[in-house]
Design a protein around this ligand. Structure first.
Ligand code: DQA
Length: 149
């Protein structure tokens, strides 16, 4: 089984009660359980890290090398500000898929810029919690293809 690390950034621990009109009513625990269930038939196992601290996320990305085959990241607001996260992702050379619950391109202009997108395989946004399942599907397909080479 290939191991995937799902990382969630600032304020995503508050899902369920945080602006449910924007982010939905599921908690992060609900999303993690859904990811675990969705990953199993894909032959993936998932671990989760959530932190409100940029450095903790960077350390987790560094530590993923050698253990995880891929990363799924919702960096929250750090998406729009963190060159350090972008550099960490580029440094470890692990495939990463960027996820957002909301459609960041349909929101305030400051959310339209992502420092994660240039170092990601791709970005999934606007599909709520389903975005994490879509990311697992995409990662599974990517790893299967990469394995053939
Ligand atoms: C978010 C979008 C970001 O702009 C915001 O700062 C978040 C959540 C999303 O999942 O839609 O914290 O990443």
């Amino acid at each position: 089984m290939s191991k995937i690390l799902v990382l969630n950034g600032p304020n995503l621990n508050l899902l369920g009660t945080r602006q449910p009109d924007v982010y939905g009513s599921e908690t992060l625990k609900d999303i993690e359980e859904m990811c675990t269930a969705h990953a199993a038939p894909l032959g993936l196992s998932v671990d989760f890290v959530q932190s409100n601290h940029e450095g903790v996320l960077i350390d987790a990305i560094h530590a993923a090398r050698g253990t995880y085959r891929g990363l799924i990241l919702n960096a929250g607001a750090l998406t729009h500000t963190s060159i350090a996260l972008m550099d960490a992702i580029a440094s470890v050379e692990l495939p990463l898929i960027e996820v957002h619950l909301s459609n960041i391109h349909a929101r305030e202009a400051f959310r339209h810029t992502s420092f994660i997108a240039p170092v990601a395989l791709g970005q999934i946004c606007g599909f709520g919690s389903q975005g994490y399942s879509l990311a697992l599907d995409a990662m599974s397909a990517y790893l299967a293809e990469a394995h053939k080479e």
